[in-house]
Design a protein around this ligand. Structure first.
Ligand code: UD1
Ligand code: PEP
Length: 507
């Protein structure tokens, strides 16, 4: 029987379109064609020229139709019980901040044990395109050597548009060029994420940014410097990092108020200290920075472990009712999460604390025990550190789904993240969206396998994968780039604990 290639390619296009959150009409507009043509293509009723395939790939920002290089999918057989030990990797968010901060240094930066994730790969592509030399040493140490001058005219726009972190080039670059353009920051589809706080924070350093034609046009007035404390309008992580990086190369003192004291900000501060920048107030909301006119040192820094990956692994153990050991857990940034879990009747043991390779962050090993959880009495909601981390909130959806009773989650932060948690219903969960920010979850759930496309948001995508581990039968999770954006070899590492996950591609 002839293989239905047109049908398969149609499915791939449909998946990629949904993954980008586009309707058929929106895709048709991008391709200057009609919605009915897209419908025919997706149904496999249309002959496609190679040129059309290439245009579709471009419009969907996906290599989906490049033979042999299409998206990866996961096939999960459940239910699973996990066993053994797993080590938490270093964080995506410190990793990307440090890559941007390396632009401040004319010397060589060596970062130890950087997570091998797509978000880092995209930023490396951007750095390479402007002349920065980067090289992996061994498995996961990264050497970064800047050029004498950056060539911003050659910036890899495609890579830049796939990550929001590129906005953190503004802080370092404002010291290196008087005018420059950066492509608009992209990243997960979590609803509108403002960049205005970044502009407010960097204006005191003389930066003015105009956003037109898909680019930020930056102009720097060297005569301008902060005359009074910079008060951030939001206690955001990357905005604090941008202000810190601008302050690092501003000779003299800068004070930042309402600063985030979150884990990635702390890692950035420790790195900047190694560069010779003086910083007081690390871990608080007021940072006092004494910057330098130039920074030219060979520096070695080891960022700390990822509290969000640690939370993901805890959730994996909880939903599969497994006994596993999770090592190198940055407990300092998971204390509220664990306190809530304890209230929900989660049993575990924790080791004595030890110090991360950055010389500061407190780590522990956690040993999980199978527990029958109960819903918490109060709603679960995130807060800036030291509150429950916003990126950890989605994991409470799948945890609540296996707990007895009703749990309310309130995601006040993102306009468009809680909505993806309702995908759990396709696996048998009872998740009700009360409004775009609040979900109500009724447990316990008896999950059963299904085929789903990854939601276009990292944490909800992992939440679905974890529910699949607990689901009876076969599940398929399609288009997993979004997971690789933030996790190194997650499927392989869960499989090493006994999960049955197979990675595959179409065609
Ligand atoms: C690379 C990186 O480090 N990314 C993290 C960083 O993104 P990032 O720093 O880019 O976060 P955003 O600036 O997008 O802030 C997230 C959302 O929170 C809102 N907001 C934030 C702070 C505040 O005090 N008030 C407020 O309303 C913002 O308007 C936005 O809607 O922080 C987010 C929120 O912790 C995390 O989800 C991201 O993983
Ligand atoms: C929202 C996240 O990250 P980013 O800022 O990279 O989109 C996340 O890590 O969950």
């Amino acid at each position: 029987m002839a293989v239905d290639y047109k049908g398969r390619i149609g499915n791939l296009i449909r998946d990629a379109r949904k993954h980008r959150g586009l309707t058929q009409t929106q895709l048709a507009d991008l391709l200057s064609t009609s919605q009915s043509a897209i419908n025919r293509i997706e149904k496999g009723h249309q002959n496609l020229s190679l040129e059309m395939l290439a245009r579709i790939g471009e419009a969907l920002d996906s290599e989906i139709v490049a033979l042999g290089a299409g998206p990866t999918h996961l096939r999960v057989q459940g239910p699973t019980t996990l066993s053994g030990s797993i080590e938490v990797k270093t964080s995506k968010n410190a990793g990307v901040a440090l890559l941007c901060a390396s632009l401040l240094n004319r010397g060589r930066t060596t970062l130890r044990r950087v997570a091998r994730i797509e978000e880092v790969n995209r930023l490396l592509e951007v750095l390479n395109s402007i002349g920065v030399q980067t090289r992996w040493i061994g498995d996961d140490d990264l050497e970064i050597i800047p050029p004498r001058e950056f060539d911003l005219s050659r910036i890899n726009e495609e890579a830049a548009r796939r990550t929001r972190s590129v906005i953190m080039f503004l802080g370092p670059l404002l010291h290196r060029a008087e005018t420059f353009d950066l492509p608009y920051a992209g990243g997960c589809n979590l609803g509108t994420r403002t960049v205005e706080p970044h502009m407010t924070a960097l204006r005191p350093f003389g930066l003015e940014v105009k956003a037109t034609d898909g680019s930020y046009h930056a102009q720097v007035d060297r005569a301008v410097g902060p005359r009074r404390p910079i008060v951030l309008t939001e206690r955001g992580d990357t905005v604090t990092e941008n202000a810190l990086m601008a302050a690092a190369l501003h000779p003299g003192e800068t004070i930042i108020r309402n600063a985030s004291s979150n884990y990635m900000v702390q890692d950035l501060c420790f790195y900047l200290q190694k560069l010779g920048v003086e910083i007081e107030g690390i871990g608080t909301t007021t940072l006092r920075i004494t910057g330098l006119a130039t920074i030219d040192v060979d520096v070695d820094y080891a960022p700390s472990e990822d509290p969000i990956e640690a939370m993901s692994l805890l959730a994996a153990a909880i939903v599969t009712k497994s006994s596993i050991t999770i090592t190198r857990v940055p407990i300092e940034f998971l204390e509220i999460e664990l306190a809530v879990l304890e209230e929900m009747n989660f049993h575990y043991e924790r080791s004595e604390e030890y110090v991360a390779r950055n010389g500061h962050t407190r780590l522990v090993d956690l040993h999980t025990k199978p527990s029958q959880l109960v819903a918490p009495l109060d709603k679960i909601h995130p807060m800036p550190f030291p509150g429950l981390n916003i990126d950890n909130l989605p994991f409470f959806a799948v945890i609540a789904a296996v707990a007895d009773g009703q749990t309310f989650l309130h995601d006040w932060v993102y306009e468009n993240r809680a909505i993806y948690l309702t995908e759990l219903t396709k696996l048998g969960g009872h998740v009700k969206l009360l409004d775009p920010h609040r979900v109500m979850i009724e447990g316990p759930t008896s999950f059963s396998g299904a085929e789903l496309v990854c939601p276009p948001a990292l944490r909800p995508a992992v939440v679905i994968l974890l529910a699949m581990l607990a689901s009876k039968g076969t599940s398929v999770l399609r288009s997993t780039y979004v997971i690789h954006r933030g996790y190194e070899d997650l499927a392989e590492r869960l499989s090493a604990l006994g999960a049955n996950i197979e990675t595959f591609r179409d065609i």
